[in-house]
Design a protein around this ligand. Structure first.
Ligand SMILES: Cc1cc2nc3c(=O)[nH]c(=O)nc-3n(C[C@H](O)[C@H](O)[C@H](O)COP(=O)(O)OP(=O)(O)OC[C@H]3O[C@@H](n4cnc5c(N)ncnc54)[C@H](O)[C@@H]3O)c2cc1C
Length: 450
């Protein structure tokens, strides 16, 4: 059968949209003479979670049906395109510490933080506070109050992953954590089983977009999709309308054969029946050269201790019990840390309207300082927030009840890890009519009424 001409529209320039564009252009059936690919991004490439995530990759991540494929593809992409240099791809050790911090420990180990950050963040300004221009523990006056609550965990380690942790001695190489406070260390250490790697998600997503563009993808930024047009019977896609935010004019593209909705937490706004929503989470980036470890923490703090930034304003500590920030060393003198999700701010209209609650970032910085003298003294290069794409029942990857309408979204905590696998599978759905590289039938959007 003769291949038919196609115009494929991808909605969203996060990791899922960009890896989808990349793998479509790499598919053996892709023929640029008859296949046109357009990626529409409302703000800029990696403006949202894909630019602000941790970038951890794990064979122990979830969902199981896509993880091994995607983990392997990350390694292949890095080998083919120089990912170690281009987007910081590397293997790293991963473990979990349980630490008990006493009042006396805080008095004896507190190290003054440098007043100003050394290097401003290289990222765009979507939800990133300009810490380079102000005191690193200053406030932007937009603080939200939620005193005395329990720390909410980002569920990167599900029950199965937690069971894979093996008790071990604190490795000597993990010298940026104060070993005297650590009661227990458990590691993800089995090669080929609980391996861990990482990428810099902003650089990775940008690189995927650039490679897709070089192969012919038409990438339009500031293009916010407002309508997916269907035929009269509403059985197939026919057009797409988007607001060109620079000119404030609505553009309509006709002759569309396929639409891939990869709008992250905004997927539920573009296609409400997906029920994909956004959940905000904060993160910080330190400027520090430390050994390559990803560290999950569980820190018990003295009950009457209050971080300095809150004490200065006569406030109590925000969290009652233990706190669990995640800390990932990155190549190039960066350390990334992320905190808990919160529902204080609903998902805004676009990524450039995301608001960061600086006090939440400062809480995280203070908690981390109690167990890491190195990070206690390190400048903070970025304080930021973004929204996880959430879907009850896991990610949605595949066809919908409308011909030519595909969904790739709802990857929660593991979208960077699962991006390449998702992109490859979507390219197979579109060009082969079925997923060949993995059985992802459990992620079929039609099972969820989409
Ligand atoms: C604090 C934190 C830490 C994380 N750490 C990790 C980690 O270590 N490892 C990991 O694998 N994952 C991690 N994640 C998860 C990961 O960031 C997400 O799963 C992933 O980035 C989602 O990618 P996406 O492309 O689906 O969505 P997004 O990155 O949100 O991209 C969606 C894009 O769609 C665009 N868009 C929205 N609406 C429209 C529209 N109408 N028209 C056009 N464009 C539109 C947006 O502007 C945006 O750029 C983390 C997430 C958070 C919040």
């Amino acid at each position: 059968m003769e291949p038919r001409p196609r115009h494929i529209i991808i909605i969203g320039g996060g990791v899922i949209g960009c890896t989808t564009a990349y793998y479509l252009t790499r598919h053996p059936s892709f023929n640029p003479l008859i296949h046109h690919i357009t990626l529409l991004e409302a703000t800029s490439i990696a403006a949202a979670a894909s630019g602000k995530a941790g970038g951890l990759l794990g064979l122990w991540a979830y969902p199981e049906c896509i993880v091994p494929l995607s983990y392997r593809l990350h390694s292949e992409l890095a080998a083919e395109h120089g990912g170690a240099e281009r987007w910081g791809y590397r293997r790293l050790d991963c473990g979990q510490i349980s630490a008990v911090v006493r009042k006396a420990d805080l008095d004896s180990t507190s190290t003054p933080r440098k007043a100003k950050s050394a290097t401003p963040t290289k990222q765009d300004n979507n939800g990133v506070l300009p810490v380079a221009q102000k005191e690193s523990n200053g406030h932007n006056g937009q603080e939200e109050q939620h005193d005395g609550q329990e720390w909410q965990k980002l569920v990167k380690q599900d029950k199965k992953a937690t069971a894979l942790l093996q008790k071990s001695k604190l490795p000597p190489g993990l010298d940026w954590i104060n070993g005297n406070l650590v009661q227990e260390y458990a590691e993800m250490g089995q090669p080929g089983f609980t391996e861990t790697a990482q990428v810099h998600p902003f650089q990775f997503t940008q690189a995927m977009a650039a490679l897709a563009r070089d192969a012919g993808t038409d990438i339009r930024i500031g293009a916010k999709v407002t309508r997916i047009g269907l035929n009269q019977a509403e059985t197939a896609v026919t057009s797409i309308s988007y607001l060109d935010r620079a000119s404030n004019e609505t553009q309509t593209v006709l002759g569309v054969t396929d639409v891939v909705v990869a709008a992250g937490p905004w997927t539920g706004r573009v296609l409400p029946r997906t029920r994909v929503e956004g959940l905000r989470a904060h993160s910080v980036v330190f400027s520090a050269h430390v050994s390559p470890y990803a560290v999950f923490t569980n820190i018990s703090l003295p009950s009457d201790w209050v971080p300095a930034h809150r004490a200065a304003r006569g406030q109590r500590r925000r969290h009652r019990g233990n706190v669990d920030p995640e800390i990932y060393a990155r190549p190039g003198g960066e350390v990334y840390a992320c905190g808990e999700p919160d529902r204080a701010m609903p998902l805004p209209d676009t990524a450039d309207a995301v608001r960061t609650d600086e006090a939440q970032c400062d809480d995280m910085v203070s908690y981390i300082a109690t167990v890491s003298p190195v990070l206690a003294a390190a400048p903070v290069a970025a304080k930021q927030a973004c929204y996880l794409p959430q879907h009850e029942g896991g990610p949605l990857v595949g066809a919908t009840s409308v011909a030519g309408l595909w969904v790739a979204s709802g990857h929660t905590c593991w979208g960077i890890q699962n991006g390449p696998g998702t992109g490859k599978l979507v390219s197979e759905f579109i060009f082969d009519g079925a997923a060949c590289s993995a059985d992802v039938s459990e992620l079929d959007p039609r099972k969820f009424g989409v």
